[in-house]
Design a binder for this molecule. Structure first.
Ligand SMILES: [Zn+2]
Length: 370
């Protein structure tokens, strides 16, 4: 029995499928389902189960490294900017796929947000899928699996994941020891995204992004000068978060460096890969954080609108906060639209000037009704 997989919450049928798959793995799988449905969690557990000598005991060295995304035999690919580039697939998948694994045992390739593979990157991946090395397993994760090329999809087993209910997310978090009010708020604010909700519920800094949003909305509601100050607040909060994350990643990498100090070339390559991935994550974190703050700001504006038409706290995204009556409903409606537009623009184009986009959104909120 695979203990790591059995611990994956929800997704009973996907997990049952993966538990069977550990016994005789196929060479490629697509974990397909909405954001926050637990694909990453399940993928990590599946990888551990594939690398563990006991099929995923959860406590051996292979399991621990795999669950922390640090196993030398795991090659993890994520989008850099908007896309997954062909060079990344060539260096991180194609080449290592046909080489000996850094450590004895299987090689596992995990591609997050696989629908962001560029056409050339997908072609290179296809070559590996057409001639899969015997000791390799590929996992593609996607919230938009239908956007993957048919040629890629047809060579993978598709494992469907369904969206998790808010009540289920709350239950899991409370079961893990979170305070119930906090768990409810986390589930609500993240739209039932379990991974994000867990971070929100457990991290003492978890609500800092919403505090930043509260301050930004109050500032912007005071007029155009306040709107510029609101943008400053959002960007400063994101920079803080990046700093906090960098310290965390350094801490996380430190014991691994010691453990491997002066090791042979294959290990150095593995450590380097992990470092590069962490740097990339750190860069992306700042941008993700801006999105969290904007999402929280839009939830506050939405609550103002819902409150104005008589909706009670059971309909509120932030049931623990009283909507600001000083903010006119008219401004809240315009601000809500502008902020959602800004979030969409930032998600679509990585080259946009974040400050300008955020300032523009808050200026809409600050403007007087025409
Ligand atoms: Zn194990």
């Amino acid at each position: 029995m695979s203990e790591v997989l059995e611990r994956v919450p929800g997704q009973r049928s996907a997990v049952a499928f993966l538990i069977q798959a550990v016994l005789r793995p196929h060479h490629a799988y697509v974990l397909a389902g909405p954001e926050g449905s637990g694909k990453s969690l399940a993928a990590r557990a599946f990888v551990a189960a594939l690398l563990c000598r006991k099929g995923g005991c959860g406590s051996c060295r292979d399991c621990r490294l795999a669950l922390a995304d640090r196993h030398p035999n795991v090659f993890l690919v994520e989008p850099e900017g908007r896309d997954i580039h062909v060079d990344t697939v060539r260096d991180e998948i194609w080449h290592p796929a046909y080489r000996t694994a850094p450590e004895p045992g299987r090689k596992v390739f995990v591609i997050r947000e696989a629908d962001r593979l560029s056409p050339a990157a997908a072609d290179t991946l296809l070559k590996v899928l057409e001639e899969p090395p015997a000791d390799a397993v590929l996992l593609l994760l996607s919230a938009r699996a239908h956007e993957l090329p048919e040629t890629v999809l047809s060579r993978c087993h598709v494992v469907p994941f369904t969206a998790l209910a808010e009540s289920f997310v709350i239950e899991v978090l409370v079961g893990e020891g979170a305070d119930e009010t906090r768990a409810r708020l986390a589930a609500r604010l993240t739209g039932g995204n379990l991974g994000r909700a867990r971070r929100l519920a457990n991290d003492p800094q978890g609500l800092a992004f919403r505090d930043a949003a509260v301050r930004a909305v109050v500032a912007a509601a005071s007029g155009p000068v306040g709107a510029l100050r609101a943008a400053d607040l959002v960007l400063a909060a994101a920079a803080d978060y990046r700093k906090h994350l960098k310290d965390e990643l350094d801490d996380e990498l430190a014991p691994f460096r010691d453990e491997r100090g002066g090791a042979e070339e294959t290990y150095r390559a593995a450590i380097r890969r992990i470092e590069i991935r962490f740097q990339r994550r750190e860069r992306r974190a700042e941008r993700d954080y801006v999105d969290w703050v904007l999402l929280a700001a839009s939830s506050l504006l939405r609550d103002r609108v819902v409150g104005a038409i008589g909706g009670g706290s059971e309909l509120a995204m932030n049931p623990d906060l009283e909507p600001d009556p000083a903010l006119s409903v008219d401004r809240a409606v315009r601000g809500l639209a502008a902020i959602e537009e800004a979030r969409a623009a930032l998600a679509e184009d990585m080259n946009l000037n974040v400050r300008l986009v955020v300032e523009r959104a808050f200026l809409w909120l600050a403007a007087d009704a025409a």
